[in-house]
Design a protein around this ligand. Structure first.
Ligand SMILES: [Mn+2]
Length: 368
């Protein structure tokens, strides 16, 4: 694993502060803190070794705020060395009782007059402040080290999809929960940090729910099974969905719908390039499904960015105003869900390049 160039990221934030006349950026969103100072950690539960707050001043070194609980872990793993610690315990060394007091002392020391922040309401009384999402914007375009890490995550989830295909096609009688457990165990043995999210195994009529809670329903021959999962490696995640059929074959009814989703995905994929809009990528697949009268079953957007978080900017939806740029990583995942019958979703991870897109996920999409 290579190194993340945090200084480059701090410089990008400082440029934004200078250009917009802010004195500092107060960061509290965990994923933004990971981008600024702790990208090797996965989000985690309990949380990864991340600060409670990071402050990037226009001039001078970044400052980190941590509670006493995480103090030693932050000292060991966080790229920001200038640390202020808060906590209520008299016996434990700290710089302030509460995070509010630590922030206010920092403000006094630094004579800030104007700050911006991501999700918190203003903590500084008497200081001009504004909520912005500049770090989310900076996070959209990935550097070479980030792409290496993302590809490593994808390699594991690709292997897990090959394993899943065998399991589902030969899996008549297994419950959804049993299938999910086998996949999770397979991925954990590959040295992952954690799952990107709870593995989804939605079989038969349950596959009509885009987000299904795995149940004790047993797999039946001919049914579609939506298998959606991903992993974190070195702080970066993957996200892949395949739909398999129990017994390795199915009716003309499902074959027709599977091929429709596959073609919609291809059309959205073909639309991806530097400068293209998220809306147009969504429309490319949706217009095709509309012609077949399936658009009424396509109840979500076509895709989303991913990296330090499983869902991040940009978005590929009807309402999206995002513009795709070279080296963004996005998913393309159309699906149709027919109430009480079942559904199909096919999702790949894609890298935006200058004139087109590159599919990063390699797991097979052929029907049988
Ligand atoms: Mn996804």
């Amino acid at each position: 694993m290579g190194n993340i160039d945090y200084r480059r990221r701090w410089r990008a934030v400082k440029r934004f502060l200078s250009n917009n006349n802010y004195d500092a950026y107060l960061v509290s969103r965990p994923a933004n803190i990971r981008w600024l100072s702790d990208s090797n950690s996965a989000p985690g539960s309990p949380p990864s070794a991340s600060l409670a707050y990071a402050i990037i001043p226009k001039k001078g070194k970044p400052i980190g705020l941590s509670s006493t609980l995480e103090r030693e872990r932050v000292r060991k793993f966080n790229a920001i060395s200038n640390l202020k610690v808060f906590g209520p315990y008299e016996d434990v060394s700290r710089d302030a009782i509460s995070s509010d007091i630590a922030l206010k002392n920092l403000a006094k020391e630094n004579a800030w007059s104007s700050i911006c922040f991501d999700t918190l309401p203003a903590k500084f009384r008497g200081i001009k402040s504004k909520q912005v999402a500049e770090i989310e914007k900076l996070r959209m375009v990935k550097d070479q080290e980030e792409l290496k890490r993302i590809k490593r995550s994808i390699a594991i989830s690709d292997k897990a999809q090959r394993f899943t295909r065998h399991l589902v096609e030969c899996g008549e009688g297994l419950t959804e929960k049993e299938v999910a457990s086998e996949i999770d165990y397979f991925m954990r043995r590959k040295n992952i940090q954690e799952n990107s999210f709870g593995t989804i195994i939605a079989s038969g009529y349950n596959s009509a729910f885009p987000h299904h809670n795995n149940s004790n329903k047993r797999l039946k021959n001919g049914e579609p099974v939506i298998c959606d999962f991903g992993v974190f490696m070195n702080g970066y995640c993957s996200d892949i969905t395949r739909t398999y059929f129990v017994g390795g074959e199915t009716s003309d009814y499902w074959q027709k719908r599977y091929n429709a989703v596959l073609e919609a995905q291809q059309r959205s994929f073909n639309r991806v390039s530097n400068g293209q809009s998220g809306h147009d990528v969504d429309s490319a697949g949706r217009d095709y499904l509309r012609k077949l009268d399936f658009a009424k079953y396509f109840v979500h957007g076509t895709g989303h960015g991913f990296g330090l978080e499983i869902h991040e900017a940009p978005s590929m939806t009807f309402k999206s105003k995002d513009t795709l740029r070279t080296n963004m990583t996005i998913t393309i995942e159309p699906g149709i869900y027919i109430p009480k019958k079942g559904g199909i979703r096919i999702e790949d991870d894609v890298l935006v390049t200058k004139d087109h897109a590159t599919t990063l996920t390699k797991a097979a999409r052929n029907l049988f």
